[in-house]
Design a protein around this ligand. Structure first.
Ligand code: C2E
Ligand code: CA
Ligand code: CA
Length: 459
């Protein structure tokens, strides 16, 4: 089927008549006609239109008119494509409540044209073959196609592109808001990935989503020791995959892929939830005037997820934890990816009483300038410096300088990779605040951690 030459009715609420969008479509081989919102509903049925494109900033503006055009188009089985700078929950709900819709964010011209061709091509196939009980969220994020099969919603297809951090997550919220549907029936972890991944990676992705459902992930905890008192002050939560056949899998084998594919979003929320739950149990078992804390690694993708602050607050408050007991570890790359969004999230979380750690400090290119711009509370000196400290003067000098710099800026310092007595002595003499490493303890599962804490160790 050729879709070139198909008539497209353009309702552009952003630019109005004479829109560049209509020009673009005409240039792409479509027969584009512009219509005002008032006229569009009448023109849909003129026999010359194959699809309607509505460009709008907010669905609220002219909601009635938009609804009329949509209903008219859908009655004739015609796809409606929304172009909107954001796919808000309201907009998505509005669209879902009306049937088959396609949302696309402003994108490159050739991509938009290809997308419209794809949608027009897809029409027939959907009608003939689609399972009426399955809703497929076909989304594309940074070049990766994926789809979320959803049970319980009749024959609705939502196309989204590009600017969702995770359109699966948007959907889940949307459905939660639409109380008719049980949000748990939408298995966000059921993402199926297509393009851009090797076969092996795709297999690993589906194994990961399965593992989330089956609760095969667990958190191990590595103590962080106060160099002053020698006592455990808190721990870092480190994820492990307890694979039924392959045994315990370390994070370097899967976290990178989880980040690339957005699996890190639901997985990250689980990590925060689980760390909060287990910390609350430790507070009950080991009460103290200076309560134990947990620091959780947060990836860049997760950190700029718009709802992160709310979700952290919810989890931490649900378990009645003081906010200062849940801390977040970020790396420089978190700030590199999206400076404004990252800074905003950082400030929001800090104002909520959560402390921020700069992880792997010293390994990036511009640690110092980032330190100026992003007000983290604690620096974690990377283990590569700490490891050679007692044999290599330069490493020792770096650690010494970082501690001095941090103290001047009123930040605390954790030395990572402390694995012998010599390190401990040197770090104490330098005035480093905290230490973490195999010398004190390897990461422990929750049961082993409780045993260690009940022995009240001191170094
Ligand atoms: P990281 O945040 O720098 O974590 C510290 C890593 O160093 C851990 O490896 C820990 O087991 C290891 N380590 C601790 N002390 C010593 C020591 O004395 N000597 C040596 N050689 N190694 C030590 P792990 O658990 O394999 O984690 C690797 C990385 O995976 C982490 O590096 C972090 O970037 C990532 N990761 C782990 N858990 C999570 C998580 O829950 N979420 C996210 N987003 N990333 C995670
Ligand atoms: Ca870390
Ligand atoms: Ca680290």
């Amino acid at each position: 089927m050729s879709v070139k030459g198909t008539g497209i009715l353009v309702v552009d609420l952003v630019e109005g008549p004479g829109t560049a969008l209509a020009g673009l479509l005409s240039g792409g081989g479509f027969v584009a006609r512009h219509a005002s919102l008032e006229d569009a509903a009448r023109q849909v049925d003129d026999g010359e239109t194959g699809a309607v494109i509505i460009r709008t900033l907010h669905v609220e503006t002219g909601q009635e008119g938009i609804a009329r055009v949509c209903d008219e188009a859908l009655r004739s089985g015609m796809p409606v494509v929304f172009i909107t700078p954001r796919s808000s929950i309201d907009l998505a709900l509005f669209e879902l409540s009306r049937g088959i819709f396609h949302i696309t964010t402003p994108c490159r011209q050739e991509f938009l044209l290809a997308r419209i061709e794809e949608i027009l091509h897809g029409q027939g196939a959907k009608e003939s073959g689609a399972d009426a009980n399955v809703m497929v969220d076909e989304a594309r994020y940074r070049g990766v196609n994926y789809s979320v099969p959803v049970r319980g919603i009749l024959g609705k297809i939502l196309h989204a592109t590009d600017d969702h951090i995770s359109s699966g997550e948007v959907l889940r919220e949307m459905l939660a808001a639409n109380s008719k549907i049980d949000p748990d029936s939408l298995l966000l972890p059921g993402l199926e990935y297509g393009m851009g991944l090797t076969g092996e990676e795709q297999a690993l992705c589906s194994e990961m989503t399965h593992a989330m459902k089956e609760k095969h992930f667990e958190l191990h905890y590595q103590p962080i020791i106060s160099m002053n008192s020698g006592n455990i002050s808190g721990f870092e939560a480190l994820i492990r995959w307890n694979h039924p056949e392959k045994g315990l899998i370390r994070p370097d084998r899967f976290i990178g892929l989880a980040e690339r594919t957005d699996i890190i979003i639901p997985l990250g929320f689980w990590i925060i939830e689980e760390a909060s739950r287990q910390l609350a149990e430790l507070h009950r078992l080991f009460p103290s005037d200076t309560p134990l804390y947990v620091s959780v690694n947060v990836s860049a993708r997760q950190f700029i997820y718009k709802d992160l602050d709310r979700r952290i607050l919810e989890a931490v408050d649900r378990y009645g934890l003081p906010h200062e007991c849940v801390r977040l570890e970020l790396t420089e790359s978190t700030f590199m990816e999206n400076k404004d969004a990252a800074n905003l999230m950082l400030l929001t979380l800090k104002s909520g009483g959560f402390s921020m750690y700069m992880d792997d400090f010293g390994t990036g290119y511009s640690s110092l300038s980032y330190l100026m711009h992003f007000p983290v509370d604690v620096l974690k000196i990377d283990q590569s410096f700490v490891k050679w400290m007692h044999v290599d003067e330069e490493s020792e000098e770096i650690v010494r300088s970082v501690v001095a710099l941090a103290h001047n800026l009123r930040r605390k310092v954790v030395a990572e990779g402390v694995d012998n007595e010599g390190h401990v002595e040197l770090l104490r003499s330098i005035g480093c605040d905290y230490g973490q490493g195999y010398f004190f303890s390897k990461p422990l599962d929750f049961e082993a951690l409780k045993k260690l804490l009940s022995r009240k160790p001191a170094w």
